[in-house]
Design a protein around this ligand. Structure first.
Ligand SMILES: Cc1cc2nc3c(=O)[nH]c(=O)nc-3n(C[C@H](O)[C@H](O)[C@H](O)COP(=O)(O)OP(=O)(O)OC[C@H]3O[C@@H](n4cnc5c(N)ncnc54)[C@H](O)[C@@H]3O)c2cc1C
Length: 427
């Protein structure tokens, strides 16, 4: 256990976002196995301490290093085993570790885009990325887990053992205890064509509109997001990254271009292996330097001209004020919709898109947060809530779980009546 007067306290409590470097957890408990986790949780219960798990350390709200909380650091739990289309993963692994371990079997999981994100936190909040249209959210592939409940009891979770907890772990799992292993159904890892198209920033609204039209027609094997960046000089840049089957990049680029109705400023098409695709989408490296950033999200029920206008207006205002920042728009269609709305805690399966607002250093956190809050206000008539993996502190829990909130809250109140697990949300 590392405490505040220990030499390695600063490094032990450090997470990815440097904004949380001043947080003061009561201790960081570095565990080696599930029994250690159970003992640590029982100790916290006996001493009335709140707890939070630390896996990949990419929490947007700094939950995994929060002041006053006992952090259970799972980074030493890093086994992974694959057999017959199933993989069991311990929470210390990051996405890149999982991709690498599965690659020799030509298998993968649909996860997220940043390879240093923890598989644990990502799965427990949902997990959205470039294979989601084809294979669903990461949490949709979860078929079992080992969980230490907030009272220190170890339970096996599956469709037949504590099925309510499995439902909760699929997208609402940050609040139900500490997961010590996850079992997933895998899917094939295949080479890809990766297409990057840039468009004139002053036509960003046409770009978003065209992206949406393209998404409604594109086969599930194809995926693209759409990004609009503010340059800090009052203008915008916009671009898409599109992933599709080998040899189909040129045709997909042409279809995307026809949908947006304007010629791209630049076109780049690369034929890549599965692992090369992972690295390319991550910007070329499996690791990323720590940074200060502020993000937020809105799940929009519709992406009509009015909503698109709001996104552009918000970004333009931020850019005109001298700031850099971005919006990334992701689709929630395809295989994400194959899981019934109430079959897992992740609730956003009937919605037009996920809009993420973000600003990195050097933009001061208070300036970025004010912009995100302002953007929420501007878009609120179309917003159904937010994505819990892009957690914003102080929000009501309902904002992240829509119609699944009541069931999740009931499960939570049974397993954690005293809110032992810290959440950064209410309660
Ligand atoms: C640069 C960056 C890129 C990202 N890209 C994507 C993306 O493409 N797609 C996407 O869906 N998300 C993405 N995310 C969001 C990411 O999924 C969440 O931040 C996720 O919760 C991080 O998990 P972690 O294990 O790394 O973080 P941690 O900070 O360790 O944990 C995050 C939350 O999960 C809880 N937790 C962690 N481990 C466990 C456990 N074993 N048992 C119970 N609770 C646990 C923590 O207590 C905390 O509340 C990105 C985040 C960043 C910073």
């Amino acid at each position: 256990m590392v405490r505040s007067d220990d030499e390695d306290y600063s490094s032990a409590k450090q997470i990815f976002n440097t904004q949380f470097d001043e947080e003061q957890p009561v201790a960081v408990v570095q565990v080696a196995n599930a029994d250690d986790v159970a003992a640590a949780v029982a100790f916290a219960a006996a001493n009335d301490l709140r707890i939070a798990a630390r896996s990949g350390g990419h929490s947007y709200a700094g939950v995994s290093s929060a002041t006053g909380v006992m952090i259970i650091d799972l980074r030493n739990l890093n086994n992974i085993t694959y057999a017959d289309g199933q993989v069991t993963v311990e929470p210390g692994l990051v996405l890149y570790d999982v991709y690498q371990a599965l690659d020799p079997y030509e298998q993968t999981l649909p996860t997220g885009m940043c390879p240093s994100v923890g598989i644990a936190g990502l799965t427990l909040g949902g997990g959205l990325g470039f294979e989601s249209r084809r294979y669903g959210m990461t949490c949709d592939r979860l078929i079992g887990a080992n969980l230490v409940l907030p009272n220190g009891t170890k339970v096996e979770v599956s469709e037949t053992s504590h099925p309510d907890l499995l439902w909760g772990l699929r997208g609402g799992g940050h609040f139900l205890g500490i997961v010590t292993s996850f079992t997933y159904k895998t899917c094939p890892a295949t080479p890809k064509d990766l297409v990057r198209l840039t468009f004139p920033g002053d036509r960003a609204a046409d770009g978003i509109r065209g992206w949406q039209q393209w998404v409604t027609k594109a086969p599930r094997e194809q995926w693209a997001d759409f990004s609009v960046d503010c340059d800090g000089n009052g203008s915008l840049d916009c671009w898409t990254q599109l992933v599709c089957a080998p040899g189909t990049g040129a045709a997909a680029a042409a279809e995307f271009t026809a949908a947006v109705g304007m010629l791209p400023l630049s076109v780049e098409i690369r034929a890549l292996s599965h692992m090369e695709t992972i690295l390319a989408l991550a910007g070329g490296s499996a690791t990323q330097p720590r940074a200060s950033f502020t993000n937020g999200s809105d799940v929009v029920t519709t992406l009509n001209d009015e909503v698109i206008g709001v996104i552009i207006a918000s970004l333009t205002k931020f850019s005109q004020a001298g700031n850099t920042g971005w919006v990334q728009i992701n689709t929630l269609d395809g295989a994400v919709r194959d899981t019934h709305l109430d079959a897992a805690a992740f609730p956003w399966r009937n919605h037009a898109a996920l809009v993420e607002w973000g600003a990195y250093e050097p933009i001061p956190p208070d300036v970025a947060r004010a912009w995100v809050v302002d953007s929420h206000e501007m878009i609120k008539s179309a917003s159904a809530g937010g994505y819990v993996n892009y957690l914003e502190p102080g929000d009501p829990m309902q904002r992240y779980f829509g119609d699944n909130y009541t069931r999740l809250d009931t499960i939570r109140s049974i397993v954690d009546p005293t809110y032992r697990v810290y959440s950064a949300l209410d309660g």
